[in-house]
Design a protein around this ligand. Sequence first.
Ligand SMILES: [Zn+2]
Length: 162
Amino acid sequence: MNIDQFKASFENEDACRSFFESVLWRSGRLCPHCHCDKSYRLSGESVRAGLYECAQCKRQFTVISHTPMHSTELPLWKWLLAMYYMVNSSKGVSSIFLAKWVGISQKSAWKLGHAIRKMMDPGAELLPALSGIVELDEKYIGDKPRYEHGVKHKRGRGTQKQ
Ligand SMILES: [Zn+2]
């Protein structure tokens, strides 16, 4: 997805929330408090968008409850934009650049980056496990080539390694 497609896909908070709901609740909405799969959407003028009430424990939740995005002051599109930059950068993004690109303070960017990395952690139980065909970006395996006087081994793309 290029940045224009990104902007078109996540043009407002509702679109961003729907995206998170479709990913995090892929196999049905779950109450983060008791893991019950029966809940109701709350509506009304005083109710914030995306709020649900569990049929079993009667507690309320949204798609970001019990995630590192919980109680965020940033709009969801900024979270998604930061995720977009982070997953599209093979070497990681510093909080200085993240702050500049997302339009937040460096302190916020640092927290944001930390929270996103936490969500990307394979040990995190927030996201469903990978299944089916999983693709990995390029990776060179093996140690440095043996030193040979006067021979300069190419790095990256030009390497002879597998
Ligand atoms: Zn519940």
